[in-house]
Design a protein around this ligand. Sequence first.
Ligand code: GLC
Length: 590
Amino acid sequence: MRSVCVVILGLFLVLQLAAQAPAANAPQSRLEWWTQSRFGMFVHWGIYTVPAGEWNGREINGLGEWIMNRAKIPVGDYEKLAAQFNPVQFDAEKWVSIAKNSGMKYITITSKHHDGFAMYGSNVSPYNIVDLTPFHRDPMKELAAACQRQGLKLCFYYSQTQDWHEPDAVGNDWDFPDERAKNFQKYYDEKVIPQVRELLTNYGPIGLIWFDTPRNITVEQSRKLADLVHMLQPQCLVSGRVGHGLGDYDSAGDNQISVGAVKRPWETPVTINDTWGFKKNDHNWKSSRVLIRQLATTASRGGNYLLNVGPTSQGVIPPESVERLQAVGKWMSANSESIYATSPNPFPYELPWGVITTKPGKLYLHVFSWPQNGLTMYGMHSRVQGAALLANRAPVTFLQKQDKANGVAALNLKLPATAPDPDDSVIVLDLAGPLEVDPSLEQQPDGTVTLPAHLSEFHRSAESQAQLDSRGVVERWTNPQDWMEWSFKVNAPGSLDVELITSQQKYGGGWDGQQRLVVAVASQTLSAVVADNGALENPSNPYWPYVISKMGRVRFNKRGTYNLSVKPEDFPAGQMYGLTLVSIRLRPVK
Ligand code: GLC
């Protein structure tokens, strides 16, 4: 048994290493600064901040920087915004210090967004900030200097496929409806390539180029862009959205925090309110608590957190954003050791109380829900030789032993009654040897068992539409032949309520229920319909809570390893989204 355990552990360590290995096309040295920094600032800034979400007195739905597209503004009218764009309050040093003081290590700013307007002095196209606005300054030059001075990396967002200003590019079907008349290659050769060349020639060392929305770009076109970037600046990274998997790292969907088997370095772009580019009526601000927890959660899953600000047409980062970034900065000043240069959670599953990051010899427990009677962890095989609160180094009393009741290796931490930091109290564990954990799914000390979709054995039929998305969620499960199973350990026998946790579609706004499923475990079967029986906080996205469906109750008579399967019994026909399964949760009966 022991040797089996060691083999599994070994295998798990190897898998962990593989999970962090850089992509084949990115030399380690190019990625190093980036994976170590974990936290960057996204800046969406352009002439769309003049209308700021309103056109002809009408509020335009959707993202601020998409106003030209959403309101179908003719090129001739949109161009006139340039004359009104005069960001006299722009202060590059101030922007960079806002980023720096919040703990961010790089700034990725829109050099040209989908509207096609270059926010730098371009010789390729006169449609740019220096030539067409009364401002006449090149903010990218000023940011490059400020970043150099303050030690942050400057990175450029560049929209390579969509350019609503150009008749040959993708996206503008109101001025240029004739698709057959379009010559994308011409736009690509005459604007994209030379502009990317300018960006990598005139602004000093650039950390990365953040290409976006590849759409129908060809493999050759994506590859040529990536090669151009690497040729001009071998250390410069190429974002995942260059297309065809040719980036140096993966980009998660907007506002999506990936979970589970992410094999390559990755980044998630996140908004503080709902828009990227400034909109005067968007006041849906996330709290600093959400931001701090998202940052820690992203790091715990091995990703980078790219948090957006949308400065106004005056050049001011909204005070609501600054306030929140300051709060994140305050947390970072005491806890950044648990973020920078960390490796992800060594357990393949999430913990019920928060998230984990690691460094050689250290484990950082980010406690989000403060437990009442101390914190107990199972599955820690490494010997702990010290524990303390990271923020003030106050020692934490701990005990590591085989739990008498169930024989499980348990680590107990004695904690103060209230959370020292209600946003995220970090406890650092000092390990005596190499990090070793038991990766098997097991019942947690609070009695719960969580069986995440990405850790299931998913039996897909040949015609299955279902797939594991980057959130670690199985989506588009519409095929009644597909089924799932897990194996897990029960430590505390008794009765448990079985719940099915499902989610909206990746970008929200779509959920299908009413599927009848059969859950089989411990010689018992439950047949139930997926219904909306309540909401569960979605750690990746505060606006789209998960849906809880009650499946029934099962009883475990003794400790041991069990198998649980979920099989369709009756699937309604013609569903658009099908089942979007996050996990199965078993909870002790109160
Ligand atoms: C989307 C939008 C774009 C935004 C980007 C940020 O792709 O098209 O407006 O810049 O997400 O991740």
